[in-house]
Design a protein around this ligand. Sequence first.
Ligand SMILES: NC(=O)c1ccc[n+]([C@@H]2O[C@H](COP(=O)([O-])OP(=O)(O)OC[C@H]3O[C@@H](n4cnc5c(N)ncnc54)[C@H](O)[C@@H]3O)[C@@H](O)[C@H]2O)c1
Length: 396
Amino acid sequence: MRTAIIGQGYVGLTIAVGAASAGHQVIGFDVNDALVAQLNASMSHIEGVSGDEISRFIAAGTYLATSDPALLDGSDVIVIAVPTPLDEARNPDLSFVYVASDLIEAHVKSPALIVNESTSYPGTLRKEVAARITVIDHLYASSPERVDPGNTQWGTKNTPRLIGGLTPAAVAKAKEFYESFCDNIIEVSSPEVAEAAKIFENTFRQVNIALVNEFAQIADALGISGREVLDAAATKPYGFMAFNPGPGVGGHCIPVDPSYLAHVANEVGVPATFIKRANEVNLAMPAYVVKRVVAGAGGSINGKKVVVVGVSYKSNVADTRETPAAAVIDLLREQGASVTWHDDLVATWRGEDSSPINGADIAVVVTKHDGVDVNAIKACSYVFDCTSSIAGADGI
Ligand SMILES: NC(=O)c1ccc[n+]([C@@H]2O[C@H](COP(=O)([O-])OP(=O)(O)OC[C@H]3O[C@@H](n4cnc5c(N)ncnc54)[C@H](O)[C@@H]3O)[C@@H](O)[C@H]2O)c1
């Protein structure tokens, strides 16, 4: 099928490669000209997709990146994979979805299957995408992406894929498309069910992470090891699922998606109390980390050299979106510390470059990537570890 993917970020490029590997003719459309040039030069910007793969598909004529919306026309399938962030007031910002829909309206003159993979609240496909596109009678389906960047066990092929369409014809076409590169397709009765399932999955994680973050603080105040308690609880073979405490939540999904659910819940008059409380607990974790660092370092870090190790939101990825490391660094600086950060994967962030670990008085490990120099961390006179992976260190 001639397939256009709108947005060539984590989700869009991953789907582009999946579709190209199944033999579809893929156009990777993105408004970022520099990214388009990079992709056409076979350079990947995400973990999980290699430059070699892109190069192979370009050579075979099954992949082309472009910023020309005219190339969207003539597609059998158009997948929308654009950001769905929060605005300043932490409400859903669907502006990227609107721009993508308007581009389809303006440029696509023959009927296609339009699939939205961007995460959003139930009703988005029907009311915010299909309702904006009036010129042509397209087919519409929702298939929320569940990709977990850096996960080597679960990828596009073997993660079950949800599909909900506005019509049976849309479901049939979406199944035909996704079955060509995904092992397990699960049809649900409406796009709203598919959309809600995705945000509920991430809300489940957000709430449970908040619960374990709060528990870690309770355990510490009780003078027992929260981690040991969690390991003990996890020996129960049923009815318990382990989540790890940490410095907060980051990335495009867990800190963001639940607020989409809270937004629609509010509209229908059901307050999403768990989401609100979980947000508060998770957003307060950087302050808790800094409080513990100050206490552990003897009551003051004023004038101390502190290195924050790992600033991406999770290990072995370079993604710094919504990373709790930002608040940890800012709060450490408010305490008068001289703060640098070390992260070879991120390298440059917020106008600063990654610095060596060596020479710091205090190391605060926010994220631990494979291969980080643990001996250099241990050489600091005080180590606070949010990842529970540095033996003998203080931490959450
Ligand atoms: N990253 C993840 O792990 C993940 C997992 C599941 C779902 N999602 C969801 O998928 C969606 C996309 O997320 P992402 O992580 O791929 O974002 P991303 O920021 O990595 O990529 C989005 C891309 O879309 C481009 N873009 C923005 N507006 C555009 C437009 N009008 N036309 C063409 N391109 C446009 C941007 O330039 C960018 O390259 C979001 O809704 C997100 O919540 C993300």
